[in-house]
Every structure is written in structure tokens, then in C-alpha cells.
Design a protein around this ligand. Sequence first.
Ligand code: FDM
Length: 214
Amino acid sequence: MMAPRGAFIVFEGLDRSGKTTQVQRLVQRLEADGRAVRLQKFPDRTTSIGRMIDSYLQTKSDLDDRAIHLLFSANRWECANAIERDLAQGVTVIADRYGFSGIAFSAAKGLPFSFCLQPDTGLPLPDSVIYLTVNPEVAASRAAYGLERYETKDIQTRVRERFDEVANEVQRRHGNIWHTIDASGSVDDVQEKVWAAVTSTLNADFPSMGRLWM
Ligand code: FDM
């Protein structure tokens, strides 16, 4: 009998939502549980496309809004085969950001929603998207924003609005795979909510892998 495929779980979130900490904790917890897990960060800054994105995010270079959008998508496509291969071999793949950030950030800059979706069409569809939000007051009380492009209050406010539209579109096209988790509590409290969402996905009978926006 073939081994069951791994689950594909994507994390999205606003700045200062504690996403990276939660993802790291989750990976450790799944490993301690005896699962094969791989963490995939997007953007993956280690590839040649990723290095162009890194330079853009650090404002060392400038690019047209559409050009950088397509590079972010190309960065996912160059990792897509490895994700599919791992899933087929029973590895759980956790992505720290994916195409939903791509849409939310580019649409926040004013690019049309339909343009933003298009280049990701056909990418591996996650079994579950865990979206960590914090309300603006809690965000303000956490550590200061960093120095990268997009790390300003104004941009984050617009990105938050766009994420709501992305969530609606996911629901419309792919059903109930989107879980919004309020990340305003302590790291432990949030981890318990994340764990509940993840285990409900892992324990479900997930279908053969779908394709994003198809
Ligand atoms: N980002 C990330 C995008 O604008 N588009 C994308 O497709 C993706 C995956 O890049 F500001 C933005 C979101 C964030 C930055 O930051 C990457 P982190 O800190 O490496 O997650």
C-alpha cells in the first residue's frame, strides 16, 4: 500500500503576529510527534530569484510592481516540484508565507486582484491556511517594525484589508481551508490554537492534492 501523502500547511500573517515563532514551535512539535516535516520559507531567499527579491525587500534595488510580483510567484514555482515530491513521500510541508501574501501585498500597492492571482494559478493547493492576525493596538505594543520595505503601519493596515479579500476568495474557490487565528494572546495560548487547527487538518482524510485557483 502507498504511504498516505503529507499535508501541506501554509502560515500567513501580519507583521508582529508572531508567525515565525509559531511556525518554529509547530515544526518542533510535529517532529517530536514522530512526523517527517519540512519547513519552506517564502520568499526563499537562497535561490537566484530569491536573491533579487531579497535585494528589493532591503531597498537595495527597485523594481516595477508587476515585475517584483512575478518574481515572488516565480520563486514559488521554482520550489513547487520539491513541495509536491515531499508531499507524495509522506512529508508534512509547512510554508511560512505563500501566494496569499503575494496577493495581499501587491494588491495593497494597487495592482488589480485578478492580475495578482493569475501567475500562481496551478501551484500546489494547501490543505490548510493558518492566518495569524493581531489587532492594531496589540501590534503597536509589540517590538518596533523592522527596516525592510513594507514594514510600516500604513502598509500593514492596507495589507490587513487585502488579506480579508483573499480569505473570501479562498473560501469561494476552495471551501473551508482558511483558519483565522487571533494571535493577540501569549505564545503558548496561540500555539494551542495553532495546534488544534493543524491536528484537525492532519486527522482529516485529505483528498489528492489540488491546484491553487483552479
Ligand atoms: N511578500 C512575501 C510579498 O510581497 N509577496 C510575496 O509573494 C511574499 C511571499 O515580502 F513583507 C512580502 C511580505 C513581507 C516580505 O518578509 C517577506 P518575511 O519577513 O521574510 O516573511
